[in-house]
Design a protein around this ligand. Structure first.
Ligand code: TRP
Length: 353
């Protein structure tokens, strides 16, 4: 039985291709934790509809997302991979949690403000309820799902009584809200939820944009040659790496003054498993061109088998569906237990059998 192992849960939005940053995170955070934890991995399609999207793309991206994570080393035999909308309880719990969440707390969330700002809205600091919408695109509005996003995320976590939640730094605030809500619920009713701990991936493993190493590598970078996707063709990977921005001087050393070179060394080290000093000394006297070539070789040699595995998976739809079916079954079993307990505590009459 896996009952006594700590529960680890994380989720990802099915938004297209994973970057090598996601890859390194998945390998580092997941592949190594599968054995000592009861693992849940959710593909959160319900979060994905809080912004403008295309249903056909969402459908395709959801399966592709599962295949990409499995190809990256998330072993479906040792973890439960499920799609959020396949499990009853996420939105139900989100509703209960919303009833103990002040609107103001949600309006103060950094990510909400950023997303609202992208639509041209500005949430005033000193007034919880008012939006200024000078500059909002004609016909634009901020939907309440966007505001509720962190509550749904809290529900994702609490529904499984997760002990540990690996997230990126940008999700730290959402996780804090989740912990507050769990405490508030426990306090209002009685002890129900485990207070989850975040597991923030180490700063050192951050992959920066190839064209601007001061910024994080991101899917939404307007300069797409900055971003390495795990499914990029090897020739594309090579081209992007060879044209990456380096720094003045010619020495291959990691330092604050050399963000470009440091980033390449970091990528090389993460991909090859070699330490940065080891790489530095093996490249002593060489130029940036050699460094880039070796980085490209290491990235390609790691990603080639991942790409082969992905191809095999995406062509085998029935296998993928099988993985998602058993993932959802396991998730549902755990989710119902927690949901019904919560319903009881909230004073809902038990469903007549
Ligand atoms: N908001 C997270 C992100 O964009 C995705 C997410 C949704 C999540 N629910 C979650 C992450 C629960 C961890 C746990 O990255």
């Amino acid at each position: 039985m896996t009952e006594s192992k700590p529960v680890i849960l994380t989720c990802a939005q099915p938004t297209g291709q994973l970057t090598i940053g996601n890859f390194l995170g998945a390998v580092k955070n997941w592949a190594t934790m599968l054995d000592d934890h009861d693992c849940y991995f959710g593909i959160v399609d319900m979060h994905a509809i809080t912004v403008k999207y295309s249903p056909a793309e969402l459908r395709e991206n959801t399966l592709s997302c599962a295949a990409q994570y499995i190809a990256c080393g998330l072993d479906p035999k040792r973890s439960n991979i499920f799609v959020q909308s396949h499990v009853t309880g996420h939105t139900e719990l989100a509703w209960l949690l919303s009833c103990i969440t002040p609107i103001g707390e949600l309006q103060r969330m950094t990510q909400f403000k950023e997303k609202a700002a992208k639509l041209g809205f500005n949430v005033e600091e000193d007034n919880d309820l008012k939006f200024t919408h000078e500059g909002a695109r004609a016909g634009a509005s901020v939907n309440s799902g966007l505001l509720m996003y962190p509550v749904l995320m809290a529900a994702d976590i609490l529904l499984y009584n997760a002990d540990l939640v690996p997230v990126g730094n940008d999700q730290r605030q959402h996780l804090e809200l989740c912990r507050d809500l769990a405490q508030r619920f426990n306090h209002t009713y009685s002890d129900t939820f485990t207070i989850p701990k975040s597991f923030i991936s180490k700063q050192g493993a951050r992959v920066m944009a190839l064209q601007n190493p001061e910024r994080k590598m991101s899917k939404s970078d307007e300069n797409q040659s900055s971003t390495l996707y795990i499914l990029d063709d090897p020739s594309v990977l090579k081209k992007k790496i060879m044209s990456s921005v380096t720094d003045s001087g010619s020495k291959i050393v990691a330092s604050k003054e050399k963000p470009g070179v440091s980033n390449l060394l970091q990528i090389y080290s993460s991909m090859s498993g070699r330490s940065v000093p080891d790489i530095e000394s093996s490249l002593k006297g060489e130029g940036y061109g050699t460094l880039k070539k070796e980085v490209a070789d290491s990235v390609i040699s790691v990603l080639e088998p991942v790409q082969a595995k992905y191809k095999e998976l995406i062509d085998d739809k029935s296998y993928l569906e099988g993985v998602l079916r058993s993932g959802a079954e396991a998730a549902q079993q755990r989710a119902y237990k927690v949901l019904f307990k919560v319903y009881r505590k909230a004073g809902f009459v038990e469903r007549p059998r």
